[in-house]
Design a binder for this molecule. Structure first.
Ligand code: SF4
Ligand code: SF4
Length: 363
C-alpha cells in the first residue's frame, strides 16, 4: 500500500480506500474489513452501508479507531433499510447521529455534504441549515474535516470557492473524463481537468469514486471509450490525476481487495496509456496526462511529474513550483534525445515542452 498526505491536516491516507456501501451482511463485512486493514487500507467510506453492516464492523473499527479514517455523509438517509438522500435538516442530523452511535466511533474524520449535483441541492443544503450543522460538527470535534460529494464539476467549483473543505468525493475515471457526449458524466474534459487543478491549488484532496465507471471500463464491449482497461490501469489513471488522495473502491469479496492491491505489485502492468490511446478522443489529445508511459528518460527526468507541476504552477499553485524545484532532475537537463516524443501515445511534443518548462521555472 502507498499513502498520500492530506494537505490540510497532514493525515497519511491509503491510495486505495474501501467503500462499504455495497456490502451486505452475508458478505461477512467484519472479515472484509480485517482483510482491508491487513492490506494497509486505512480509508473507509460508510455511505449507504446497511445497519447490520455497521453492527458487524463496529468492534473492528473501534479497535482500530486511531488507525483508520472514516468518511461519512450528511444527507445520506435510509428508507426501509435502503439508501436514499434528504435535504431535511432534522432527518439528516438524526440519521448521521444514529450512524455515528451505531458504529460507536464518537467522531468521523471526514463529514461530507452528500451528493450535491445541482444548484438547487446546493441551495437547499445552505438554506436548510445542513451546511451550518456541518460547521457545528467540526467545531464540536464530531468531524475532523468537512467535505462534499458531487458528480458535477460546476458544483465542485462553487463549493471549493465557498471554502472550508479539505476533501471532496468526485466520480472520476477515464471514461467520465473523456467521453464528451454528456451521457455518462457531467462536465466536459476541460471543466473536469480544471477542477482537479483547482483542488490541487487549494490543497483540497479528492476521494475518487467510480474508478471503473460501474465496471464498463473493464469490458471492451461495454466501455464508453471503445477500449478496456484492467483494474490496476483504471486505478493508476485515477491516482495520476492532480489532487487525488485515495481511490474508493467497492468490495464484497476478499478477492476484490486482492485485485486492488495488485496495483502495488511491481510485476503488475498499470500503464494505461497505450490502451487509452486506442480511443480516438484520447489518442488525439496532444496533451500530457502524466502517465509516464514514456519512461525511462535517459536523463532520469520524471516527465509526468514535471508536466503536472508545470500545469499546476501556471494556474497559480505556488506549492507546485516548490515541488518542481525540489525534484532531483529538472527540465533543463533534457538532452533532446527524442525518446519521450517517440514513446508518447498522445503526441505531446514533449522535447519542445521541456524547453518551455525549463524557461518557465528557470531550471
Ligand atoms: S509525455 Fe506522453 S507518455 Fe510521457 S507522461 Fe506525458 S502523456 Fe505520458
Ligand atoms: S527528450 Fe528529454 S525529457 Fe524526453 S526522454 Fe529525452 S532527455 Fe528525457
Amino acid at each position: 500500500m502507498q499513502y498520500r498526505t492530506l494537505p490540510h491536516g497532514g493525515e497519511n491516507i491509503s491510495e486505495i480506500g474501501l467503500g462499504l456501501g455495497i456490502v451486505s451482511p452475508e458478505d461477512k463485512p467484519e472479515r472484509l474489513l480485517e482483510g482491508a486493514l491487513e492490506a494497509g487500507i486505512n480509508f473507509y467510506d460508510l455511505c449507504a452501508a446497511y445497519e447490520p453492516v455497521y453492527e458487524a464492523i463496529k468492534p473492528t473499527l473501534a479497535r482500530n479507531r486511531s488507525k483508520v479514517f472514516t468518511q461519512m455523509h450528511l444527507g445520506a438517509t435510509y428508507r426501509d433499510g435502503n439508501y436514499a438522500f434528504s435535504r431535511n435538516l432534522e432527518k439528516v442530523r438524526a440519521t448521521f447521529e444514529q450512524k455515528l452511535e451505531l458504529c460507536a466511533l464518537g467522531y468521523t474524520d471526514f463529514l461530507m455534504l452528500n451528493c450535491i449535483d445541482e444548484k438547487k441541492d446546493l441551495q437547499l443544503v445552505l438554506d436548510n441549515g445542513i451546511y451550518q450543522y456541518a460547521l457545528e460538527c467540526k467545531e464540536q470535534g464530531i468531524a475532523s474535516h468537512l467535505g462534499f460529494s458531487t458528480h458535477n464539476p460546476e458544483i465542485a467549483r462553487e463549493l471549493l470557492n465557498l471554502g472550508g473543505f479539505d476533501l471532496f468525493m468526485f466520480s472520476l475515471n477515464a471514461a467520465f473524463d473523456f467521453r464528451q457526449d454528456g451521457e455518462l458524466a457531467l462536465g466536459e474534459t476541460a471543466a473536469r481537468e480544471e477542477i482537479y487543478q483547482l483542488a490541487a491549488r487549494q490543497g483540497v484532496g479528492i476521494s475518487a469514486m467510480k474508478p471503473f465507471a460501474g465496471g464498463q471500463l473493464l469490458n471492451k464491449k461495454l466501455s464508453p471509450l471503445g477500449v478496456a482497461l484492467s483494474v490496476p490501469q483504471c486505478l493508476r489513471y485515477v491516482l495520476d490525476r492532480p489532487a487525488v488522495m485515495t481511490c474508493v473502491c467497492g468490495a464484497t469479496r476478499p478477492t476484490d481487495l486482492q485485485d486492488y492491491i495488485s496495483l502495488f505489485d511491481p510485476h503488475t502492468d498499470s500503464d494505461y496509456a497505450t490502451a487509452l490511446s486506442g480511443a480516438s478522443v484520447v489518442g488525439s489529445l496532444r496533451r500530457c496526462i502524466y502517465c509516464n508511459h514514456c519512461a525511462p528518460c535517459p536523463r532520469k527526468l520524471n516527465v509526468g511529474l514535471i508536466n503536472k507541476y508545470y500545469d499546476l504552477s501556471r494556474l497559480g499553485d505556488d506549492l507546485a513550483r516548490q515541488h518542481y524545484l525540489n525534484l532531483e532532475h529538472h527540465a533543463s537537463e533534457c538532452n533532446d534525445c527524442g525518446h519521450c516524443d517517440k514513446r508518447c501515445p498522445f503526441k505531446t511534443a514533449q522535447m519542445e515542452r521541456m524547453h518551455e518548462i525549463a524557461n518557465y521555472f528557470g531550471i
